[in-house]
Design a protein. Sequence first.
Lengths: 700, 578
Amino acid sequence: MLQQHTHSHQPRPLFDPQIMRGAIMAAVRKLDPRHQVRNPVMFVVEVGSVLTTGLAIQASLGQGEASPGFIWAIALWLWFTVLFANFAEAVAEGRGKAQAATLRQSRRDVQAKQLSSTDRSRGYTTVPSTSLRKGDLVLVEAGDSIPGDGDVIDGVASVDESAITGESAPVIRESGGDRSAVTGGTRVLSDWLIVRITANPGETFLDRMIEMVEGAKRQKTPNEIALNILLASLTIIFLFATVTLLPFSLYSVAAVKALDPASSAAPVTVTVLVALLVCLIPTTIGGLLSAIGIAGMDRMIQANVIAMSGRAVEAAGDVDVLLLDKTGTITLGNRQATAFLPAPGISAARLADAAQLASLADETPEGRSIVVLAKEQYGIRERSIHALEAEFIPFSAQTRMSGVQVPDRTIWKGAVDAIERYLQDRRAALPAQVRADVETIAKAGGTPLVVVEDVTVLGVIQLKDIVKGGIKERFGALRQMGIKTVMITGDNPLTAAAIAAEAGVDDFLAQATPENKLELIREYQRGGRLVAMTGDGTNDAPALAQADVAVAMNSGTQAAKEAGNMVDLDSNPTKLIEVVEIGKQLLMTRGALTTFSIANDIAKYFAIIPAAFATTYPALNRLNIMRLASPQSAIIAAVIFNALVIVGLIPLALRGIAYRPVGAALVLRRNLLIYGLGGLIVPFIGIKLIDMLLVGLGLV
Amino acid sequence: MQWQSYTQLALYLGLLLVCVKPLGAYMARVYSDQPFGLDRLLAPVERGIYRLAGVERKAEMGWKTYAGAVLVFNLLGLLVVYLLQRIQQWLPLNPAQLPAVTADSAFNTAISFASNTNWQGYSGETSLSYLTQMAGLGVQNFLSAATGMAVLVALIRGLSRQSVRTLGNFWVDLTRSTLYILLPLACVVTLLLVSQGVVQSFDPYQSATLLQPTTSSDGTPVTQQVLPLGPAASQIAIKQLGTNGGGFFGVNSAHPFENPTPLSNLVEMLAILLIPAALCYTFGVMVGDRRQGWAVLAAMTLIFVAFMALSVAAEQQAPPLESGAPLATAATPLQAGGNMEGKETRFGIANSALWATATTAASNGSVNSMHDAYTPLGGMVPMVLMQLGEVVYGGVGSGLYGMLTFAIIAVFVAGLMVGRTPEYLGKKIETFEMKMAALIILIPCVTVLLATALAVSTDAGRATVANPGPHGFSEILYAASSAGNNNGSAFAGLGANTPFYNMLLGLAMLSARYWLIVPTLALAGALVRKQRVPTGAGTLPTHTPLFVGLLIGVVLIVGALTFIPALALGPIVEQLML
């Protein structure tokens, strides 16, 4: 019985109770200053928490600058602010760790059957898989786990790769060609393979995957660093703005007292200054920044794509050009029969009947599609080839036709030139109408197959690439986002142009070779564009290495996987579009929360400034437009709002903000409205509500 | 407010905007080495200068060389001005036989004029000889302005060129700015001013007998008045054009010999914003997309108009007198009404408030009225305009390079919001660019805050404050904002010619000017090496009204968020207490 791994196909709920528990513990552990210092914004908050805690203790001992209750409340909520930010990061990491735990189960050490040569008859020695090195040969038989990443150099076997891909249907792995790569931790179900190991222990695909999902080796991405610089400099500015407020306040108090010695003016307290500082510095985005980054990777994993670096996820958002393979991405896997065009004097039903008969034993997708079309259009049911005493004539390179021999006649189908040669040999010719049909089909990007019964030309079957449903709309959406789609195909330019037009791609590369594909990528890059592509074959490797975002198919060769910076476990080339969307969403979420965080400050000023200087200048109370109950309740409410907003936005940080494929100008307008204007208004309401609650509960 | 006021404001803005395109296009040709007419006449002079100075015209500079040249050249200018002040008593053209300026004042003034700030702790007519004014300050008025323009041009080249390492040649940019732009314009403005009666003379100061004798504060009768003279018109023209603002006389353009008529007032006000506004168009032409220049200009103009309206409205509403005495403050055809304290009757409310807005929007700093006597809100307008970083038109060159830095910050946040690595004019904004942009925003803010904090917490700083309470705080904050953003305008009310303020504000001016020029050039140096990414539907458009709004938002928020607490203790509370 196969063990079912469905980890990546069922999206984990946003708040898995088990992850939550772990995250709460981790949030406390992350208070370690050595960890905090990596995030300048939150580090400042932690320093503020320590400082106010000290002041609170001092106040409790009776020498405080304000009432102990007030200072304790501020100190407590500042600690919560740090904890909430830690918690956000821990939740994001927890989701990755849960993923990694599942993966780790497949990485248990196994005994490997090491071979000394490619000849398996010479026996093997049993060694632990951890001792295998690059270049070693191992034998893997039915029931064995594959001990490490490698290339199949001999044998064919069905392999259960569910541990990696989550897909339970076994896949075939064989030497040579594009299906030769095997991954450590997967299991051979039948037959045997000889594998040349291609990765040292600790460097295997599985190891890297675990590392990535755990975020263990997570490095800040370039864009994250740039944003951190902006946040750090805002923090420095606010640090100076609040620190200098103490001398300003002392000066003002002295000035007031000079005029009115009876005034109760008192300088602003350090507690209030720390509260003001924490409210002003961008804690919302600062607290959620790393969670956003980790969640972006996580969303990739949910999409069953493993990114080899955070940088790659980010680059996906910047992609300008998508190179898409025609087959499998733009069109359904294979050509399909779409019409029967009978020759003059022949009924369509007769053509369909003959064509179906000739295709009954033809197991190619094209052959199957002819049978299906005959059934759909003329209700011709499948017949047993044995009952008809028919004999299938398979396609041969010599005749370049295939057909069927029934007792009274022979039916052939094949490309037009092959049929013509066949007819010439029998002193017959192609009717003019049929020739015209053939040309029409070819010009429209289809493939004509001519059907002949003995020497009677029955007509033409039109085979066409079927463009996937909805793909045209998707390309339209990409165009709106400013992304150009380029179809890569081995077809001739005529056929390629027809399919390109039907699918709505912006451009195409016909008669593609690995060389001209690579050249195309370089050309786009020279023009300053970022190129994304998918690939699976070894000959794709140079292009994958050159592309900025390169998604290798998991079914592909080891070389392709090495060259790409992402691996799609579903091996679905259309995934590239999703990858781009996830990358964009990641950047958008960062930008939106930054805007929100900064816009929040306006309301906090209105809450704290009148409160901080209430005794010095009672006139400033006219700025208390929220009508907050008292100076202390105003400041506590602002600090509580500032802490709670981090928690409130964790789901948004993990999910990413709503994403729609529209042009940049529209996206900006929308996000500015929601997060800019929203960020301006929400805190006014939030702080007022918290203030009312504090008063209602009699806490202030 | 009277309809005349509206008309004057509209006329001013209209005239200014009309000049933007022709002057901007002209300057673009000057910097792009295309023929522009005047070069045929002056090219031999230009070549002569290069030969004399040993400058290789075609030699391009990387950002470090360019910055090095800027710094060395400015340091030399600074030393010359310092020396001239210290030895003026032995030099010719000193009819009033003025002694050497004190060391701290000379230090302050030298930095002030080299850094295009033109903060004046001294009074020109009682401190500086004609020679110091002309050879020291006058020359720096040209060269500090040309320095700003050169740095801007280097930044523009950083945006418009791609995949190279060089930004042009500082000596060439400096020479061409002076020779082809500043000098010709200064000649025209000087002649206009002289036609209005601005003095231009080497005669010694004149004495006149007072028709109505008065007594001085110590009770001695005063019957004679000394009328200071000097080569003023020529210096005033460049002081306005180069956003320098250092007045020939102590009271600057409120002095009847500096600014005698409403027409001279209009010309001087136009001269303040002329080049900074036109440079936006130059920028658009040089980056190959005029819309980009118009967008930046639109953002500046919108902020300007809003502040101008606020200032005029605040001044037109005179505050009630503390004594409660009746005061005719309504505007009538015969009087301007409003708060006329500290304003010249020949300019009235509109032209005073407009000047105050323009002179602080640009980093000019000349005044035609005393900002200290404005209503709290009216006085806050120039203060905030300076604290925004002098980017609303701003100084010649420096205003636009500051604004482009804000544009880069705006692009960064907005770019993220559209889901791409942010790019401005096709140049990707990455870590290094953000570092430099952050420095450029950070330094003036920190300078102003620290200088204010130092002044209010030391006896030396508090000693010379004229007014108690929030107004006194405003006076200090204003001085620090002025020096820390290279504006140079004075609120008055603060005795700033003391060793303490001369040193403090001198250092503030130094840091605000050169700590910004170096990161700006580093930014240009990083941008010039990048490829220009082609724009498409996915890239953030930076010429749309939406972006203009966003840019305004970023400028206001960064400025406002930094200074709101300080302002609350100064003008805001003062206004609320009225």
